[in-house]
Design a protein around this ligand. Structure first.
Ligand code: NG6
Ligand code: CA
Length: 504
């Protein structure tokens, strides 16, 4: 008798757990590179049309006040994956292509949270968080630690950026298509091997540099850093988005029966902008506009794959960008001359590299058709919050010493609350803090303007204070009018810095 009861109990419990298993949503983060607040049509772009992203926004929740933690790539990615501000750790600025892994493998990560909850996890696309242990990766051997040591079951990545060597894909722990007889050498200080450089052979370039980008030429494009070898492993710039999207689709298809988490970090719309021939010339805005179309297409393909497998309803998609927009980021690709009236940052001031909101306020859309009601949310949230929010969704308790900069904003992500995060930190040359629509940028010695990218960097030797509710473009510095507010926010910022340390 006892045995039967126990048997029934076990059956009931296992049914419950299967039920729970089935109900758990898949989660996909689609993370664009350098896509601005004004670069997609559902955020107001007029000259460019992004129907798939718009469709996602139409079905889901469009955030108007969501932020990256930084106005450049590496620190933003560090934060979204760890729940910790990158400025707390030394050496987390824009990483060279041969940097060692920047995230401690003992640290909690978004991927680990999903993996520990039984999800299949993958990182596909741009990584830019370093690989390998001290001294950097062994490109010709086993490349670890990397994403897999941080909780991703599968990884298929561009090690750094499109414009940084080595221009090869790392498939799990190895360079894809590497011929052992043609080993790769990478150097960020001096030329290695005999491959031509943009500096010495500008006549070989199919895309000319406007700033830097004059080291080794790969596929007719001058890059940052020197490399030689690995010829068979080099990526093709013009079909890379396609290739990565296909990988994403096959990961989804393979895991259609399990809950899965995919971090799909698109290389678009970072330089060098090399649209697939399907999109070349289609935007009328040159390659920058064309790769926005390409990004939108790749989002559409992922959405279609989910649809065809019947997964749309129970899949959460978070679509965002790692930092704000830049027009000329170092190549002569007509982005500036063909811009027309397009405003990549929308109404915001500054862009990539900037302490103004153009650097950090980005498109942010969350869709989960079976749960989230469509609409718009003005809640102040940060990408650093994804760690604790998804831990909340999975009922996973994190220790206080883990992901300490992350807040559980699940209710906001699901549209059940529009409460603001009490404060939020943005990182450029100096730090900025936003609380209740007031933004304070601490005094710093950084350049005010970057002439090569034509960016207002938002740095100033004096404190800056903006009322974002009436001045979203950060035009009127109210610091001298509201010294009390300046004091309060600078004290709060100092307290946040001191709580867990900082390295600027
Ligand atoms: C800059 C590069 C820029 C881009 C950026 C990183 C030059 C002149 N500029 O140093 O092209 O690669 O680093 O971008 O080399 S990010 O989105 O990965 O942060
Ligand atoms: Ca970026």
């Amino acid at each position: 008798m006892k045995r039967t009861c126990l048997g029934i109990l076990i059956t009931v419990l296992s049914c419950l757990s299967v039920f729970a298993q089935q109900k758990r949503p898949n989660v996909i983060i689609i993370y664009a590179d350098d896509l601005g607040y004004g670069d997609v049509s559902c955020y107001g772009a007029k000259r460019i049309n992004t129907p798939h992203i718009d469709q996602l926004a139409k079905k889901g929740l469009k955030f108007t006040n969501a932020h990256t933690t930084s106005s450049t790539c590496t620190p933003s990615r560090f934060s979204i994956l760890t729940g910790v501000y990158a400025w707390r750790k030394k050496g987390t600025g824009i990483a060279p292509g041969n940097a060692a892994l920047l995230i401690d493998t003992a640290q909690i990560t978004l991927a680990k949270i999903f993996k520990q909850s039984g999800y299949m996890t993958s990182a596909i696309g741009k990584w830019h968080l370093g690989l390998g242990s001290k001294g950097g990766p062994d490109w010709n051997g086993e490349i670890k630690p990397g994403p897999q040591e941080l909780g991703f079951d599968r990884s298929y990545i561009i090690p750094a950026t499109l414009d940084r060597v080595p221009c090869v894909i790392v498939d799990n722990h190895r360079v894809e298509n590497l011929d052992p007889k043609d080993p790769i050498t990478v150097d960020y200080h001096q030329k290695t091997g005999d491959w031509a450089t943009g500096k010495d052979h500008p006549e070989l370039l199919t895309m000319k540099s406007s700033n830097g980008h004059d080291n080794t030429i790969i596929n007719g494009i001058g890059r940052i850093g020197y490399m030689t070898g690995g010829k068979a492993a080099l990526w093709d710039d013009y079909t890379l988005t396609e290739k990565l999207t296909t990988q994403a689709e096959s990961f989804i298809a393979k895991n259609k029966a399990n809950p899965f988490f995919m971090y799909f970090a698109s290389p678009n719309i970072h330089v060098p902008r090399t649209p697939n021939k399907i999109f070349a010339g289609k935007s009328g805005m040159g390659p920058r506009g064309d790769v926005i179309l390409e990004f939108d297409w790749s989002v559409g393909r992922i959405m279609r794959t989910l649809d065809s497998l019947g997964l749309t309803k129970n899949t959460i998609i978070v679509l965002s960008s790692d930092n704000g927009p830049v027009v000329d980021d170092g190549y002569q690709d007509e982005a500036q001359s063909l811009l027309g009236g397009h405003k990549p940052a929308g109404p915001l001031r500054g862009g990539k590299y900037s302490a103004f909101d153009g650097g950090t306020r980005v498109p942010f859309i969350v869709s989960w058709p079976s749960v989230i009601k469509r609409g718009t949310s003005d809640a102040l949230i940060s990408q650093v919050d994804l760690v604790r929010s998804f831990a909340g969704l999975l009922n996973k308790k994190l220790k206080t010493e883990q992901a300490y900069d992350s807040f559980d904003m699940l209710s906001q992500l699901l549209g059940k609350s529009a409460n603001n995060r009490p404060y939020l930190i943005e990182d450029a040359a100096g730090l900025g803090i936003i609380a209740d629509n007031w933004k304070y940028i601490e005094p710093n010695q950084g350049a005010v303007y970057d002439y090569s990218t034509k960016t207002e960097l938002g740095n100033h030797k004096e404190p800056q204070l903006y009322d974002l509710s009436s001045d979203i473009g950060e035009r009127r510095n109210l610091a001298s009018q509201y010294p009390g507010k300046v004091k309060l926010l600078s004290q709060k910022l100092q307290q946040i810095k001191d709580e867990h340390g900082y390295h600027l």
